[in-house]
Design a protein around this ligand. Structure first.
Ligand code: NAP
Length: 245
């Protein structure tokens, strides 16, 4: 077990039914942490259920981040099982929206992508915040929001990519929201930051992607373990390289 592993923490992952979120649960549960794996339909997430059967530190919970009542219930469940609070909140839940360019994207697609990728991540942080704050000012608390290079103005400029406009707009807004939350919590021993996982072979990334979830998440977890309050508000890729806005 390397020193760069997260150890003895209580962690909540939002969006843990599959893909990058599920891989976070697998790797975090292997290094002596308690993990609450939030999924919209945990009973239908077979790999997550199989993992929970094998690992008593994995707790699948129902969590739809687009529904405040669902988030409140998830917070209550975590509060009961972890009355001392939580150390880390990882927000990986997200949707890709359509491939369309900006002028082709419908109102509905802009709104639904913005709702999941920005507003619902903000609401999830708001509801879980008291459980993070419960750890007290002496503990470092971490919030990782999974963003994308598609939300980087620099990446758009240099790559010339015009597709997935709704997704890109939403991730740029997620970056801004994360910066604002980081400022809000900066005097309370928090590290609130953004991670870009690379292009990863999941349902969203597709099978031709450059990276496997195991490698991306191994890197993202090293960064999560290493960040300190000096990194509050920063944006890193899975290899720990700072991303340009
Ligand atoms: N894959 C890539 O190449 C790539 C690149 C850059 C950034 N990212 C980002 O990485 C994150 C994870 O992506 P992925 O590749 O793992 O995607 P994925 O395989 O499509 O998985 C998306 C996850 O988000 C969950 N989710 C969506 N809406 C939700 C909601 N309202 N409440 C709770 N969970 C919800 C899904 O749950 P259900 O099973 O219930 O649908 C699923 O667990 C996303 O934020 C994505 O934007 C991915």
């Amino acid at each position: 077990m390397s020193n760069s592993s997260l150890q003895n923490k209580v962690v909540v992952v939002a969006g843990a039914s599959r893909g990058i979120g599920l891989e976070f649960v697998k790797q975090i549960s292997a290094t002596n942490n308690v993990i609450f794996a939030g999924a919209r339909n945990p009973s239908q997430a077979k790999e997550l259920q199989d993992l929970a059967k094998k690992c008593e530190n994995v707790h699948p919970i129902t969590l739809d981040i687009c529904d405040d009542d669902s988030i409140k219930k998830a917070v209550e469940e975590v509060s009961q099982k972890a009355p001392q609070g939580i150390d880390v909140l990882i927000n990986t839940a997200g949707i890709a929206g359509p491939l369309d360019n900006a002028t082709q994207t419908t109102r509905e697609d802009y709104m639904s992508t913005f709702n999941t990728n920005v507003v619902s991540i903000a609401r999830n942080i708001s509801f879980f915040l008291p459980l993070l704050q419960k750890r007290g000012k002496d503990h470092v608390k971490k919030i990782l929001n999974i963003s994308s290079e598609f939300g980087s103005l620099h990446h758009r400029e240099t790559s010339g990519a015009n597709n997935m406009a709704a997704y890109g707009v939403s991730k740029a807004a997620l970056n801004m929201m994360t910066e604002i939350v980081a400022n809000e919590l900066k005097n309370d021993n928090f590290v609130v930051y953004l991670g870009h996982p690379g292009w990863v072979a999941t349902d969203m990334g597709g099978k031709d992607a450059a990276l496997q979830p195991q490698d991306s998440v191994r890197g993202l977890l090293k960064v999560l373990n290493d960040v300190t309050v000096k990194d509050n508000g920063k944006f890193y890729d899975w290899q720990g390289k700072e991303m340009k806005w």
